[in-house]
Design a binder for this molecule. Structure first.
Ligand code: ATP
Ligand code: MG
Ligand code: MG
Length: 349
């Protein structure tokens, strides 16, 4: 069988490796940090850094195809890898999603609705952006943000200076605040031959910028559900994408607004492990290995709850719940805000 190289050794890498193992495929993890969740279930090379040229050469030589579980991979590393092996999803997907300005511009050019946005590199930029976009709005770093980190809300113009300080000099983007009723996401997949399959949209609840729960089915009309899946398909096709992608959406009375895309398996798709015959991790492995996709249909209603920090200590009680499928990532230290595992509660009715 083929060997799949995975850049990044966190819980997403771990669950990808487990899915690959079920299909008889090997995985090889590339991550400078030792002791991560993925290396407990897959091979890992000891490497100095993400741009360690010799290590990248050796890694590429040991795998058939390269994929990734996080989007902030240095371009230099991708150049080195691509000289040897295909990278799936395509580099275009990474380039677009690494920077919120590029991402929003790409989505808008596709004809999709996004929050009003403007680049902010200075106090003058922010003043001008607030003049057109207004408040409430959110200032975000263009790169490296996750779990709501690198964001500052501006409820009124007087808060602009403090928000800019919170960016610590990093290039930023101002986004108008979207007055949504709820948030949903579509986990979509595209195969090497261009076939597309999407999972049923899930409804996401965030707390303090971190995903708390995902519930399927989401509260959506048939028309909204169709819209959500079709727009995900458009994004996948436009990027000539191979693999699984997460598309985060705001539901508003005026229609769906795209928040952001993630060129990888996504926390809001973890419910598929216990709600679908082929889950998002297997789907991604199938796509990057050039296999046919699973169809994505949902056989059960599921509520996925993240176990964050000390919440994972509740696992013995969860383990006695007959509806609960427990997924723990094998992380040693339960720091506050750290995703330690999740539980999928399967609702039968
Ligand atoms: P992730 O961990 O999903 O990558 P992130 O750090 O990239 O998170 P966003 O998804 O941009 O952050 O924002 C986190 C949450 O903040 C969103 O899910 C939403 O609840 C809220 N939010 C972000 N942007 C907006 C907006 N323009 N209008 C209203 N709410 C927003
Ligand atoms: Mg994000
Ligand atoms: Mg997000």
């Amino acid at each position: 069988g083929a060997t799949i190289g995975i850049l990044g050794g966190g819980q997403l890498g771990r669950m990808l490796a487990l899915a690959a193992a079920r299909l008889g495929l090997k995985t090889h993890i590339y991550d400078p940090a030792p002791g991560g969740p993925a290396e407990q279930v897959a091979d890992r090379t000891t490497v100095a850094a993400y741009d360690d040229a010799a290590a990248l050469d050796a890694f590429a030589a040991s795998v058939d195809v390269v994929t990734y579980e996080f989007e902030n991979i240095p371009t230099s590393a991708l150049d080195l890898l691509e000289a040897h092996r295909p990278i799936r999803p395509t580099r275009k997907a990474l380039a677009v999603s690494q920077d919120r300005m590029t991402e929003k511009t790409f989505l808008q050019d596709l004809g999709l609705t996004v929050a009003p946005f403007a680049a902010v590199d200075s106090a003058a930029d922010l003043e001008a952006a607030l003049g057109t976009i207004g408040a409430p709005s959110i200032l975000k770093t263009r790169r490296f943000g996750y779990d709501g980190k690198g964001q500052a809300r501006i409820m009124e113009a007087g808060e602009a200076a403090a928000a800019l300080d919170a960016m610590a000099g990093a290039p930023a983007i101002l986004e108008g605040f979207v007055d949504f009723t709820h948030e949903v996401s579509v986990i979509g997949a595209r195969a090497l031959d261009g076939a597309v399959a999407c999972f049923d949209p899930g409804e996401n609840l965030h707390e303090g910028g971190i995903l708390r729960t995902t519930t399927v089915p989401a509260r959506l009309s048939t028309a909204q559900r169709t819209d959500a899946v079709l727009l995900a398909g458009r994004i996948l096709n436009a990027l000539d994408y191979v693999g699984v992608m997460g598309v985060e959406l705001f539901v508003t009375p005026g229609g769906l607004v795209v928040n952001e895309i993630a060129p990888r398996v996504h926390n809001s798709g973890h419910w598929t492990q216990n709600g679908c015959v082929v889950d998002q991790f297997e789907q991604h492995i199938r796509a990057v290995a050039g296999w046919p996709l699973g169809d994505g249909s949902r056989h059960s209603d599921v509520v996925m709850e993240n176990l964050i920090g000390a919440e994972a200590d509740r696992w013995p009680e969860i383990a006695t719940d007959p509806t609960a499928a427990l997924h723990l990532y094998g992380k040693a230290e339960a720091r506050p805000g750290r995703k330690m595992g999740h539980v999928n509660r399967v609702v039968t009715g």
